[in-house]
Design a protein around this ligand. Structure first.
Ligand code: MN
Length: 230
């Protein structure tokens, strides 16, 4: 039996509503500009492009309800309120009408973004990793099993900063519904149980400062919330 040269990093996990067992996270995929008004505020035409994807490391997850260190190397850190889909089955090249059966559950999440570094990367045609995949860049709430979810087609999604409403959208305004996202993504990679998909953010993204609290809420789900240390 082989041994590790040092103890491996712990498995990233998320709490699950109504049970003590946790959800083991494998990969985190993210969808860019999946709400029309947000695509426009980013300077894109939402009616032209198919969905595009990027990813964050699983180790970038910060648990909801925690106090976080404000990220380094940014003067323009943004919140992005997002529905997070937790995958529970293997999916490769599947059709949208097969996609629902691969969903284990859903959660509220915040795709924290160093917007200034992203703008530089976009302009230079460089990768987004340092803008999107930094430490504690994905704050995700407890997962609600899909059997307890009323609807993925509609539902209010909000982000509040220090109690003030900053984003106020509806899941029904997604350009690509959840099933379409899973279908598209499954043509690029083999989705497996434990994968998470952050499904894009509505309009109203904006800056966070040290000391701010930020809460993402979606109808019927547990919130994703945190406070930055001063
Ligand atoms: Mn996002």
């Amino acid at each position: 039996m082989s041994q590790f040269v040092f103890p491996p990093a712990p498995q990233t996990q998320l709490p699950v509503i109504g049970q003590s067992a946790t959800f083991p996270v494998r990969r985190i995929y993210c969808v860019g500009q999946n709400y029309r008004a947000h695509a426009r505020e980013m300077g894109s035409d939402p009616d032209k492009a198919p969905p595009f994807f990027f990813s964050k490391p699983a180790s970038a997850i910060a648990q909801s309800g925690t106090r976080l260190i404000f990220p380094s190397r940014t003067q323009n850190l943004h919140h992005e309120a997002e529905l997070v889909v937790a995958i529970g089955a293997t999916a490769q090249n599947i059709a949208p009408d097969q996609a629902f059966d691969t969903i284990w559950g859903v959660a509220a999440g915040n795709d924290l973004t160093r917007r200034d570094l992203q703008a530089v990367a976009k302009k230079a045609g460089r990768p987004w990793d340092m803008a999107k995949g930094f430490d504690q860049s994905a704050v995700i709430g407890a997962i609600t099993p899909i059997g307890q979810v009323k609807s993925l087609e509609t539902g209010r999604i909000t982000a509040k900063v220090n109690g003030g409403l900053r984003q106020d959208g509806d899941l029904g305004d997604m350009t690509w519904p959840v099933e379409d996202i899973i279908s598209h993504l499954s043509r690029y990679v083999t989705l497996m149980a434990g994968d998470l998909i952050m499904t894009g953010t509505p309009e109203g993204v904006g800056p966070l400062q040290p000391g701010d609290t930020c809460v993402v809420e979606i109808d019927g789900l547990a919130p994703a919330e945190f406070a930055y240390l001063p």
